[in-house]
Design a protein around this ligand. Structure first.
Ligand code: UT7
Length: 325
């Protein structure tokens, strides 16, 4: 993806996490697993899970409204919902989300790139702003994995959680100012499509975790290096690396191979687990709340997941306060 002509600037950040936490001990009561195994192998201590009746669209609309509030805006031109777990196969989730948010007439579509969906959405949004098609775009990552996780499968049930995170991108003045999305890069390898899949006709997700793990680390490292090189950064120039929160050990390996000290690697997986398309905006909000991001910081976002898909974005951190719903 080439740099946009009109700068796209991140101006708002919002989240919505369901209030109910399922702890590792809760899972160990019905699965052959333990807090010790889950925490040491993944870094996860708990994940949020929606109650019956709460859908992906509801989470998405709440996170989207929070992002608009964070930006001090009441409307936007386009709503992109990145999700693997829409409430219905047809129609798309995004028009319902836009209506629920009180955005009559806004363009709206879903984007399906599994755990890379947020970075794909950011890339599409920045390109559309860059081309002058839209002036403001909400990119929402929203997931309800509890709908597709087999409660008896310890390989996936311990990992995934529900939630939504969103950013507002707007047409900006400065191409290298605070909040500017400087560059994005995306990729895929469909030969790995069986590694994370809901098989045709089946209800539940199946994942070959070990194989995904092995492929995630080098692919994320290469993608992060490519996006950094495209904007003239050495990997060690990165102030904050925000990887898809799939597994703490994956994030640690990626940071180490990039030569980054552990404190520059952002993680919130302990509290929320792997929330797929929602994971990067949730991690960004958590880091901003904890004061780990300073305006002007050089931030790299890198995702990897089902498809297989991957992608990275390089941006300069804006001056904003996340809003939570
Ligand atoms: O978000 C999209 C992308 N997804 C990912 O990036 C996920 C990447 N993969 C992973 O995070 C890890 O592969 C897992 C967390 C899914 C699994 O961890 P692992 O260290 O790769 O374990 P493994 O699958 O190689 O299994 C090791 C052992 C096996 O037992 P044996 O064969 O050694 O006796 C498993 O049966 O651990 C066993 N095991 C468990 N034991 C207790 C697998 N899951 C569990 C569990 N509790 N929940």
């Amino acid at each position: 993806m080439s740099n946009s002509r009109i700068p796209a600037v991140l101006t708002g950040l919002g989240t919505c996490l369901p209030p109910r936490t399922v702890t590792n001990d809760d899972l160990a009561q019905r699965l052959e697993t333990s807090h010790e195994w889950i925490h040491s192998r993944t870094g996860i201590a708990g994940r949020r899970v929606v109650d019956a009746g709460t859908g992906t669209a509801e989470l998405a609309a709440a996170a989207g409204s929070a992002a608009l509030e964070s930006a001090g805006r009441s409307s936007c031109d386009l709503v992109i919902v990145a999700t693997t777990t829409p409430d219905r196969a047809c129609p798309a989730t995004a028009p319902q989300v836009a209506s629920a948010m009180g955005l009559p007439g806004a363009a709206a579509f879903d984007l399906s790139a599994v755990c890379s969906g947020f970075v794909y959405g950011l890339s599409v949004a920045a390109a559309m702003i860059g081309a002058g098609t839209f002036g403001s775009v909400l990119v929402i990552g929203a997931e309800r994995y509890s709908a597709i996780v087999d409660p008896q499968d310890r390989g996936t049930a311990v990992i995934f959680g529900d939630g939504a995170g969103a950013v507002l991108l707007e047409r900006g003045q400065e191409s290298v100012g605070q909040g500017a999305v400087l560059h994005t890069e995306l990729g895929s390898d469909g030969t790995g499509n069986e590694l994370i899949t809901v098989p045709p006709g089946e209800r539940y997700l199946r994942m070959k975790g070990r194989e995904v793990y092995t492929r995630a680390v080098p692919t994320m490292v290469e993608s992060a290096r490519r996006v950094a090189a495209a904007v003239g950064w050495q990997p060690e120039d990165i102030d904050a690396f925000v990887g898809h929160q799939a597994n703490l050990r994956i994030l640690e390996s990626v940071a180490k191979r990039l030569g980054l000290p552990p404190e520059r690697m952002i993680t919130n997986i302990e509290e929320v687990g792997n929330t797929a398309a929602a994971s990067i905006p949730l991690a960004l909000a958590s880091a901003a709340d904890r004061g780990l991001l300073t305006p002007g910081d050089r931030v790299v976002l890198t995702a990897f997941g089902g498809g297989l898909t991957w992608g990275s974005a390089a941006l300069l951190w804006p001056d904003l306060r996340p809003v939570h719903r």
